[in-house]
Design a binder for this molecule. Structure first.
Ligand SMILES: [Zn+2]
Length: 377
């Protein structure tokens, strides 16, 4: 079981400059490695491997004039090359699947906001007592440890966000516990309420109000009123980024709390498999609105959080085939077609009348036990 712990960093001015130095160095290496791959491929018909490129970085570090690179930990430098290798692998995977992917691209400073230490203890170490995170070439950076680290730290990613620097430390918590037995439920996610359960109860969509903050919409309006290239516009853009981050954090918080409650209460939770849902929609005449995409992204995050909490607690999240969960009758199996605006399921064959989402949740529940499970995580 793995868990990510996120902490805010409080670097001094010189430390911040050194962190920016890491961003620049890793980005340049990524871009150089990409250029090198393209050139070698053109010349020889086969690209260099990530291992060969890592070896070259080691050699460069020994050259005169490249001492600045030697002052940094090799750990994130090597990781930049591995990241490029992963983008290549993803590119070819999509090509093989017959899709039209974009070729890995050169990264501008705006598109590069993090670097990763894959091995803990190599150029990076946390001093919990002193509340400092040591980074080679940066020094001992103050870290806000609002909660203790658990398990064995493995991978650390340092990110620059709108409101400062963060360390994301992934820890290994050991083997997963035995699966629990206990009550089961199914969840249907809708646009109207956040979730509906197999017993008919619901969780409302969170209203992310503006308590004390101006909100994304207002911040967007401010940006559009400012003259292009002006200092005030740049400030407004920063303000907008902070509002977006705040909203994302609030949503994430809501997902964490909801998942916690569910995992404490149930031993098995059935959900729709979103991957299958997307495939089905792409093939059919499904009109995919933007609100649907935003909704799916939120749902995916929630299921990820739910699954990882479930794993730690010995609870099971079961993903079922999502086809026609809202059209099929949970009482008799008849298909009762209805538009999205029709909120009640009213079956002419067996007389069942139910809230639309409750009917869907019951279908998900039944599918989980009928064995049409796509994936049990
Ligand atoms: Zn029926």
């Amino acid at each position: 079981v793995k868990r990510v712990f996120a902490y805010k960093l409080k670097p001094t001015k010189p430390q911040e400059a050194a962190l920016v130095g890491y961003l620049d160095a890793t980005r340049h290496l990524y871009n150089a490695a990409l250029e090198h791959r393209i050139a070698v491929y053109k010349a020889t018909g086969r690209g260099p491997t990530a291992v060969e490129q890592q070896r070259e970085i080691k050699d460069i570090r020994r050259l005169d004039g490249w001492e600045w690179l030697a002052d940094l930990s090799f750990n994130p430098l090597k990781e930049a090359v591995i990241q490029l290798d992963k983008s290549y692998a993803a590119f070819f995977r999509r090509v093989r699947r017959g899709e039209k992917p974009g070729f890995p691209r050169f990264k501008s400073a705006r598109r590069w906001s993090s670097f990763t230490f894959a091995t803990y203890g190599d150029g990076i170490k946390l001093d919990g007592e002193a509340r400092r995170l040591y980074l080679k070439g940066v020094g001992r950076v103050r870290i806000r440890l609002h909660r203790d680290l658990e398990g064995q730290p493995r991978v650390t990613t340092i990110c620059r966000k709108a409101d400062g620097w963060y360390a994301h430390i992934t820890c290994d918590l050991g083997p997963a516990p035995e699966l629990r037995t206990g009550p089961c439920t199914a969840i249907d996610v809708g646009l109207e309420s956040f979730a509906t359960f197999a017993d008919g109860s619901k969780i409302a969509n969170p209203r992310h109000g503006r308590r004390g903050h101006i909100g994304v919409t207002t911040a967007q309006r401010t940006v559009s009123r400012r003259r292009r290239g002006s200092t005030r516009r740049r400030k407004a853009v920063n303000g907008l980024a902070r509002e977006r981050q705040r909203e994302a954090r609030r949503r994430r918080d809501f997902h964490h709390k909801t998942a916690r409650v569910l995992v404490d209460q149930f031993a098995t939770i059935a959900v729709e498999d979103l991957q299958t849902a997307n495939l089905v929609r792409r093939g059919g005449a499904y009109k995919r609105g933007l609100n649907r995409s935003i909704h799916d992204a939120g749902w995916r995050q929630f299921v990820d959080i739910l699954s990882s909490k479930a794993e730690e607690a010995g609870c099971q999240v079961v993903k079922v085939d999502p086809r026609r969960t809202s059209q099929a009758c949970s009482g008799c199996g008849s298909i009762v077609m209805k538009a999205l605006s029709v909120r009640t399921h009213d079956c002419p064959d067996c007389g069942l009348v139910l809230d639309r989402d409750h009917n869907a949740a019951l279908n998900i529940y039944q599918r989980a036990w009928a064995g049409s499970v796509v994936e049990a995580a």
